[in-house]
Design a protein around this ligand. Structure first.
Ligand SMILES: Cc1cc2nc3c(=O)[nH]c(=O)nc-3n(C[C@H](O)[C@H](O)[C@H](O)COP(=O)(O)OP(=O)(O)OC[C@H]3O[C@@H](n4cnc5c(N)ncnc54)[C@H](O)[C@@H]3O)c2cc1C
Length: 562
């Protein structure tokens, strides 16, 4: 099966022509750039870097011309031509992922070649070039995403549960893909039929030049695209951070920028719960709000810029805490060791105990309200379940595009659980109806959710509503099962730290030191817990970020003493 040709749209080409995306460096900037790399002559037609290459480099043109191409199955599309003073490269130089394009010499001349580690050194040491390079790399990656110009094609349907998951995984990893919707493209369906691809094997993902993945797991996609290839798993790290939500990313930024050898392990995608928020309005410095995806996407790039390695789609499965340095089992076959550990595994949405619920996950039942889910229910009725801030945010956001939003709350009012500003927005919005003392007791449909049964808890009456989209925002449970009994938890499974650890807790976990645990330290010396996973944490992005950065200062103190 060959990858369909995808042409960049005119507005994307405009982005490529923009001088912020492809700036021309001044002679002084060229001297600094050249100081890190190697000058080399080029010959016409020479390919300096090809699609799929793992050894990445940026080329600064001194004379002659380079062209950036995207090869298709039958032809090549020229994305942009670079002249003297312009440099190649995009986001993958920061992430260490394979090249998505071909760089060929159009006119012979001379270039400066900087390998990825030299680019990282440059952005860490030269503030002026760091800004120019980071901005250009991020904008170029955004343009690739907007145009779908990548090495991935997803063939899926809104009626199959895996499609939304796969699209979300690629989007939240900033990986460009072209989407073909089987519900609207009869040719694509015929193609799948011809290759005997059954309904249960959708979505199909064409990955790189030759892999066809049928309803792949996120881990399989990450493997196919080589997301974790550049990471050394044998190295003893100064700091391993488990979880790449706001808390883990903050710890990674502070740890790596202060010179620690940092590895982050993320079970799914960077961003955590915050990444699924449509608009965060109470985070300092963003008066008009910022989408969770954008905020955490920036943090992800920032952590990598400072040299933190971030291993994704592969979770920590066990903590080995008997001896130091501690080890963490990752996935099925990897074990990483570290002199210190920050646990930032957060919490995940509680899934109501409803028969057949999992069948509709991604096909009518959602646990996040981002533009991707909103797109699936434009002009339709939706139900948001929950009375907390995330439910309020989802309702206000979805009401912009849905016909009507019903908010189901088990309690008698919103006031106890939701911020005042959200309650007012809900009250002022005629498209939102709050139904208190109400809960969903059944879900029904075929390939997609079609109706729900809901009960009035005061009367016990059950009615059926023809609603095909339900957003479950019903609180969270901590991700601590993988800790293997190594760490003291509270009665709800959250990790106890610092002054919350009683003398009995410390005795039960054989605390070996004369000093008491530091503020965010757990019942194991050198193991910290931050963010939503921590007992008595305020469940907010700001507190997660604050705790992630504070924990790093204790890590420094410990490492200096050891
Ligand atoms: C829809 C929604 C809207 C919200 N809106 C706001 C808001 O407007 N303002 C605000 O302040 N807060 C908001 N919050 C709360 C805020 O997002 C959380 O408090 C914050 O994300 C907590 O950050 P964290 O890093 O501690 O945990 P999380 O964000 O939960 O991140 C934990 C990460 O750890 C990973 N992980 C879990 N287990 C493992 C494992 N075994 N191995 C490796 N990785 C693992 C997870 O995949 C996840 O990426 C919102 C939450 C939601 C869900």
């Amino acid at each position: 099966m060959t990858t369909p040709e995808v042409s960049p749209s005119p507005h994307v080409l405009d982005a490529w022509r923009n001088e912020r995306v492809f700036p021309v460096l001044t002679s002084q900037q060229i001297t600094h750039f050249a100081g890190q790399g190697r000058r080399r002559t080029t010959t016409r037609g020479e390919v300096l870097l090809d699609v799929g290459d793992r050894t990445l480099a940026s080329f600064l043109v001194l004379s002659g011309e380079l062209e950036i191409l995207r090869p298709g199955a039958t032809n090549e599309t020229t994305i942009v031509t670079l002249g003297p003073g312009q440099f190649s490269g995009e986001g993958n130089l920061i992430t260490g992922r394979r090249s998505l394009s071909r760089i060929r010499v159009r006119e012979a001349g001379e270039v400066v070649e900087l390998h990825r580690d030299q680019v990282l050194t440059l952005v860490q040491t030269n503030a002026e070039l760091s800004e120019i390079l980071m901005r250009a790399f991020i904008l170029r990656r955004s343009a690739l995403i907007a145009s779908g110009l990548g090495d991935v094609v997803v063939i899926g349907s809104a009626h199959c549960t895996g499609t939304l998951r796969v699209k979300e995984f690629l989007t939240r990893n900033g990986h460009p893909f072209h989407y073909i919707d089987l519900d609207h493209d009869a040719d694509a369906q015929e193609l799948l039929d011809r290759f005997h691809i059954e309904a249960g094997e959708v979505p199909v993902l064409l990955c790189g030049a030759d892999s066809v993945l049928r309803n792949p797991t996120n881990a399989r996609i990450a493997e196919c695209l080589g997301f974790n290839d550049a990471i050394d798993r044998t190295d003893l790290r100064d700091l391993v951070i488990v979880g790449a939500g706001p808390a883990g990313l903050a710890a990674a930024v502070y740890g790596a920028s202060e010179g620690l050898k940092v590895l982050v392990i993320e079970a799914n995608v960077p961003g955590g719960q915050a990444g699924s928020s449509s608009r965060i309005e109470n985070y300092l410095g963003f008066p008009t709000g910022i989408s969770g995806l954008e905020l955490t996407g920036r943090a992800y790039a920032q952590a990598q810029k400072f040299g933190a390695d971030i291993m994704i789609a592969t979770g920590a499965t066990k903590l080995a805490c008997e001896r130091q340095p501690y080890s963490v089992d990752v996935g099925e076959s990897t074990r990483v060791s570290s002199r210190s550990l920050i646990i930032a595994t957060g919490a995940e949405y509680r899934k109501p105990q409803l028969e057949r619920l999992s069948r509709f996950e991604g096909a009518g039942v959602y646990y996040a309200a981002t533009p991707m889910e909103a797109q699936l229910c434009v002009g339709d009725d939706v139900i948001v379940v929950g009375g907390g801030n995330s439910a309020g945010q989802a309702a206000v956001f979805l009401a912009q595009t849905a016909k009507r939003v019903q908010v189901f709350v088990r309690r008698g009012a919103l006031a106890d659980t939701m911020s005042r500003y959200l309650i007012r927005r809900i009250e002022d919005n005629p498209a939102i109806v709050v139904r208190t003392n109400t809960e969903i007791v059944g879900v029904d449909g075929d390939n997609h959710l079609k109706r729900v049964q809901c009960r009035d808890n005061r009367t016990g009456d059950v009615e059926t509503a023809d609603v095909a989209h339900v957003f479950m925002m019903t609180g969270a449970v901590p991700n601590t099962a993988w800790l293997n009994g190594c760490i003291a938890l509270d009665d709800k499974g959250f990790i106890k730290t610092g002054p919350d650890l009683s003398a009995e807790d410390l005795a039960a976990f054989n605390w070996p030191l004369t000093r008491p645990p530091y503020l965010l330290e757990t019942s194991r010396p050198g193991v910290f817990a931050v963010g939503d996973v921590r007992a008595r944490n305020v469940k907010r992005v700001a507190s997660a970020v604050g705790e992630g950065s504070i924990a790093v200062s204790f890590v420094h103190e410990l490492l200096q003493k050891s």
